[in-house]
Ligand binder design. Structure first.
Ligand code: DON
Length: 309
């Protein structure tokens, strides 16, 4: 079962919006700390083509960590599983997304999964291309294909703000370079990674990408398979095990769908064979996930029996 109309969805958003007051805006990327804390919007693409929305669903926000799923799909298609997983693992960490702790304790000094910052940096390091420009063009072209929107681009204000303050990500990179998990110039990698995190879109575009993953990698309208079924499966599996960082277990219990969050307050959901979901709510909980976005998904999952388990 799924929601039947926009009015029903608007009521659920209002029920969840109350929770925005219990969270806070992200503070370590200065350009993201100026959002409106009480914002909450959602878009849903059902795989039968129906589209529903509530709140300011055309307002743009940056993808941040949601972009990690997209780069993973791109790099898996180009390099294949054995090369990618020689550099990054498949296990949840139970640690915050930017933690350096397990990089040192892991025997191979390899990041544990591609959804934490260290793992995502290692994945971004594998995007094909001779320089940052070529790699960026490859990535943004892929995003344009997924959203069916050639105008999609990166927010330069957020990009600059993150690049100037990404000291922890720099540390992760230098550690991984020392241990040969990544190669090349660290500043160039950071430049590409911050551009990737600053890709900007609205809830509708995000729901569309979620729908591609939900639909085994194929575009709903054109039928074109942009990602292979197997890679879509790998990405959805990571979304379940690591998509909400150190609250992925609780999310699996309370909501039970493949989803990925970002510190801008975005959440992309992909319910297999059912729908794609895009949410924006910048007030965050302690693990860096949209506090009201999670509540909204919890309410909806109960109401529409969404859990895949
Ligand atoms: O690298 C960072 O720290 C950010 N660009 C992305 C982190 C993020 O979105 C974590 N998500 N909840």
């Amino acid at each position: 079962m799924n929601c039947k109309n926009n009015e029903e969805l608007a009521n659920l958003v209002e029920e969840a919006r109350v929770y925005t007051k219990y969270g806070k805006l992200v503070d370590y990327i200065p350009a993201l700390s100026r959002e409106n804390k009480s914002d909450l919007s959602i878009s849903i693409y059902n795989l039968n083509g129906e589209f529903f929305y509530a709140g300011d669903y055309l307002k743009k926000f940056t993808l941040q960590s949601i972009s990690k799923v997209i780069t993973l799909a791109l790099v898996l298609m180009d390099k294949g599983e054995s090369e990618v997983f020689s550099k990054v693992g498949m296990e949840p960490t139970g640690d915050p997304f930017n933690s350096i702790a397990k990089l040192e304790s892991n025997r191979l000094n390899k990041p544990l999964n591609p959804m934490i910052n260290a793992g995502a940096l290692a994945v971004t390091n594998m995007i094909p291309g001779r320089n940052v420009e070529e790699k960026w063009n490859k990535l943004i072209h892929f995003v344009a294909e997924l959203t069916n929107d050639n105008e999609v681009s990166c927010n330069q204000r957020v990009e600059k703000s993150e690049f100037e303050t990404a000291f922890l990500n720099r540390a992760l990179c230098y550690f991984m370079k020392q241990h040969k998990v990544i190669d090349g110039d660290v500043e160039e990698l950071l430049s590409l990674y911050t551009k990737q995190c600053s890709i900007e879109m609205n809830c509708r575009d995000l729901a569309r990408i979620g729908a591609v993953f939900a639909n085994d990698g194929c575009d709903l309208e054109t039928g074109k398979c942009i990602i292979t079924k197997d890679i879509a499966r790998v990405c959805k599996t990571f979304m379940v095990t690591c998509g909400m960082y150190n609250s992925s277990g609780e999310f699996a219990m309370k909501v039970g769908i493949p989803a990925k969050s970002g510190v801008s307050g975005g959440i992309m959901g992909a319910i297999p064979q059912k729908c794609g979901i895009g949410i924006f709510g910048p007030s965050l909980d302690q693990t860096g996930n949209s506090i009201a976005g999670l509540k909204l998904l919890e309410i909806m999952s109960k109401r529409y029996s969404w859990s895949i388990f």
